[in-house]
Design a protein around this ligand. Structure first.
Ligand code: SAH
Length: 365
């Protein structure tokens, strides 16, 4: 039993079963035993790998997107480059390196990182020496004046609550204790989540209320609509809204039971980009996408970048570039190309942002 498991069991004995969101928040963010609080989970020795850790090309292209969005916003003389959940700081470092050549861009920006984990803040400080980032615990602190924000695999780490359709109506899914004192799933009293205009759904249907992610998107959208700028959200999830239990645990690059080792496995959920887009529109922002990661990276010139890097590379490096290229854009379960979606929000009246020329509104197929 992990230390956190014992603490959660005690909490349940005292306060009763926990909503899924409370359980997720404890597993990921408990100050002493939370998954992100204590470790660097990335890379081959860790639990999972992210696009910036796969290849420098990812951050370089996202950097060029950011520079483009800055110019399209009227090239403000001062703006905040905000990253949410920066991991090892790799994406930020690659973005900054690739945009050195953009006139006026580096002079205009200050770097703001939204990060709760002390372990990862230390890692980011080491990666970003010479950049003088400012760290924030919450997004609200990071937002001031024109902002260009980037979040890769951040929304998927934010807690959500789940509801299950039963013969009595929606009931909240809870984490409780079984007869042996282990963690188990259960159902709470009848509840009425705001599940949208879906009509009747079959018994057993799961609805996920992603209140934290929706609140982040609403804040970002309202801010860029008022103060100028844009935000780029990249995550795995769906283009269209749907139902289903998407909570998953990752440990050592494989799936694990979300209740088995609280605090030792990464817990994530899939992002519903249609709902995120609707929240952004409601908050006054313009929407670009959602599109797939493959569409965005190819439109930003991934193939050309891979070719340019290969020209200067030896045989082993060329093989690594080619395998990273495939992984970033390949369709299906093995690659990230279709699994990952991208959505941009911006102030209104911005020209089309690169990568979203196939501007796809959520109400179309
Ligand atoms: N963007 C990085 C890391 C993704 S992992 C990459 O692509 O490699 C998720 C990141 O979000 C980690 O840095 C984690 O510590 C941070 N994080 C998770 N929940 C958070 C929260 N509620 N507030 C701020 N940061 C959070």
């Amino acid at each position: 039993m992990t230390t956190l498991q014992a603490e959660i069991a005690e909490l349940i004995r005292q306060e009763g079963p926990l909503p899924v969101g409370r359980y997720m928040a404890l597993c990921l963010g408990h100050p002493r035993h939370g998954y992100y609080m204590t470790r660097d989970p990335f890379g081959s020795g860790g639990d999972f790998t992210t696009a910036p850790e796969i290849s420098q090309m990812f951050g370089e292209l996202i950097g060029l997107w950011v520079a483009h969005a800055w110019r399209a916003s009227g090239a403000p003389a001062r703006f905040r480059l905000v990253e949410l959940g920066p991991g090892r700081g790799t994406l930020m470092a690659d973005m900054l390196r690739a945009t050195r050549i953009v006139p006026g861009f580096r002079e205009a920006l200050s770097v703001h990182l939204v990060e709760t984990s002390p372990a990862l803040r230390a890692r980011q400080a080491a990666t970003l020496q010479g950049v003088a980032p400012v760290w924030h615990k919450t997004l609200a602190e990071a937002l001031d004046g024109p902002v260009i924000a980037v979040a890769n695999e951040f929304l998927d780490a934010l807690p959500l609550d789940q509801f299950v359709m039963t013969p009595e109506g929606w009931r909240e899914r809870l984490v409780g204790l079984d007869a042996e004192g282990g963690l188990c799933w259960g159902l709470g009293a009848c509840a009425s989540p705001d599940a949208g205009e879906q009509g009747t759904v079959p018994i057993g249907t799961v609805f996920e209320a992603a209140h934290d992610a929706l609140s982040v998107v609403t804040q970002l959208a309202g801010h860029v609509a008022r103060e100028g700028g844009a935000a780029l959200l990249i995550d795995y999830g769906s283009l269209r809204s749907g139902f289903g239990d998407t909570l998953q645990a990752m440990r050592r690059h494989g799936f694990a039971d979300p209740l088995a080792e609280p605090g030792e496995a990464d817990l994530t959920v899939h992002v519903d980009f249609e709902r995120m887009g609707q929240a952004a529109l409601k908050a006054g922002a313009a929407l670009h996408g959602p599109a797939t990661q493959r569409e965005l990276l190819l439109a930003l010139g991934l193939a050309e970048r891979a070719q340019a890097l290969s020209l200067k590379a030896d045989a082993a490096q060329r093989a690594a570039i080619s395998s990273a290229f495939d992984r970033l854009i390949a369709p299906g379960e093995t690659g990230m190309g279709d699994l990952f979606k991208v959505l941009a929000l911006s102030q209104r009246n911005l020209p089309l942002l690169p990568g979203f020329d196939l501007h796809r509104l959520p109400d179309r197929g």
